[in-house]
Design a binder for this molecule. Structure first.
Ligand code: ZN
Length: 172
């Protein structure tokens, strides 16, 4: 059972307007993202040791472990999307329905300690991939299924927003 309302907002609009909830401005330096991803894994490691990490403290919000499992999968997704744009000519980027994946992958019953290890591995892999991006590669483009264009730079800022916002979601 999943009684949480699916999130239908297009969060990519934070790239233009920033996000008042988590403090993302949309002007962040993309070269800072590998370090941020690595550091955020440490914060998640702490979050996932909370005694109530598996509890939904509000019925309409994910538990810490559900948010962490989502972030782990987002990190993999953004690593793959970045790799696609860098290696292919104007690729279409794979879609990701976070709410559907949460149910299919049973985020709710995942083990916090295991998710912490997997999230850290995903964060390090994403950071390593981004560290290889240089010069004109930041301007390469790919397209979401709905036609929205992303450069490697804007995709990376979008990924940074996901990381920042979900830490905010769990008060970390
Ligand atoms: Zn935000």
């Amino acid at each position: 059972m999943n009684e949480i309302e699916p999130d239908t907002r297009d969060w990519a609009d934070v790239l233009e307007g920033g996000c008042s909830e988590c403090g993302f401005t949309g002007h962040e330096d993309v070269t800072s993202v590998p370090d941020f991803a690595t550091t955020s894994a440490e914060a998640w490691n702490e979050v996932l040791t909370r005694p109530n990490a598996r509890e939904r403290t509000q019925p309409d919000r994910w538990s810490d472990v559900e948010y962490a499992a989502h972030v782990r999968d987002i990190l993999d997704l953004f690593r793959e999307r970045t790799h696609l744009i860098v290696t292919q000519e104007s690729p279409t980027l794979p879609n990701f329905d976070g709410d559907a994946v949460a149910v299919e992958s049973d985020y709710r019953n995942q083990d916090p300690a295991e998710v912490a290890v997997e999230l850290r591995a995903a964060a390090l892999a994403y950071a390593a991939g981004l560290s290889q991006v240089s010069g004109d590669q930041w301007d390469r483009v790919g397209y979401r299924a709905d036609g929205r264009e992303f450069t490697v730079a804007s995709l990376t800022r979008y990924g940074l927003h996901e990381l920042k916002h979900h830490l905010h979601d769990v008060n970390a």
